[in-house]
Design a binder for this molecule. Structure first.
Ligand code: ZN
Length: 297
């Protein structure tokens, strides 16, 4: 009962916010409404939510996303939120992570606080749902919307794989935006938050690359993805290196040394699952044909 009450309190706060608009609001106004607690990342409002949660950690009310450090994490329909790593005692970070997982478990919407669109000192607000959490890559997947979204969990490794997304071009454009966070979240969850070909691990530098790119209608199935740092994402796009699909060994383009592009790995070594063979094969053939075209120029 308490959970249902808290859920409807949040949804009616959201309706109330609609009347004032949800962009460029005064932080003080949001505090007064009980939407936002201040400057911290995760706001649990423990006094209110402790008793609603089963474990006493409370249920996260809002999270602040500065958007500055992780530009790749935020899109129109969702975001990835990294577990807090602060200088406070670790138990506090852990309690906030748990309170955010509690929001997922209780199907409780949370508010996402973003910088104002016109003025950085103001705040914009979205309502969202924590649909997944991954302890290995330490991130939450949050989807926006006043209604709880239908969440599609990652396809099991052995399920039928579609390399090509054949939706009509019009909707495919929107889909690129729409599937983006889910795709990134699942790629990181499967492969870990680490560049596949170098040692970079910081989440702000890791991108989920499509093996068969969106320009070639590559699907948003995680098995068509590989985590790469920004530099190696560019190198991958430019076909400066290739991944041999059957052995997973890495080869630099003709006339390029692995060293010169910062690749020290001889092989792809996925932490758990490797990308789908169909994706790797398609990509390898594409790269080989680019290489031979360059050589005959
Ligand atoms: Zn890299």
């Amino acid at each position: 009962m308490a959970i249902a009450e808290e859920r409807s309190r949040r949804l009616s706060l959201w309706s109330q916010l609609q009347t004032s608009g949800v962009t460029d609001l005064e932080p003080g106004y949001l505090r007064q409404l009980g939407v936002y607690g201040g400057a911290q990342g995760i706001w649990v409002d423990k006094a209110r939510t402790r008793s609603v949660s089963k474990d006493g950690n409370g249920i996260t009310v809002s999270i602040l996303h500065t958007g500055l450090h992780y530009p790749d994490d935020l899109s129109d329909d969702g975001m990835i939120y990294h577990y807090p790593v602060t200088r406070r005692p670790p138990s506090r970070d852990a309690a906030e992570v748990q309170a955010t997982k509690n929001a997922a478990q209780a199907n409780m919407p949370i508010f996402v606080i973003l910088p104002g669109e016109k003025r950085a000192t103001r705040r914009s607000v979205k309502i969202g749902w924590v649909v997944d959490a991954d302890d290995a890559s330490k991130q939450f997947l949050i989807l926006f919307g006043a209604q709880e979204p239908a969440y599609i969990p990652p396809a099991p490794i052995s399920s039928p794989f579609q390399l090509v997304d054949n939706s009509p071009v019009g909707t495919a454009q929107t889909k690129v935006r729409k599937g983006q966070q889910r795709f990134r979240f699942h790629v990181m969850a499967q492969f870990g938050c680490k560049c596949a070909v170098c040692s970079i691990t910081h989440p702000s530098l890791i991108k989920a690359a499509h093996i068969r790119g969106k320009a070639d209608k590559g699907s948003d199935d995680w098995r068509n993805g590989i985590p790469l740092c920004s530099t190696h994402h560019d190198a991958f796009d430019a076909h400066l290196f290739a991944i041999e699909p059957d052995t997973l060994s890495i080869a630099a383009a003709p006339g390029v040394s692995c060293e010169s592009i910062g690749i020290h790995a001889l092989k792809l070594t996925p932490t758990s699952q490797q990308p789908h063979l169909d994706a790797l094969r398609w990509r390898f053939n594409r790269t080989l044909s680019r290489w031979s075209a360059q050589q005959s120029d």
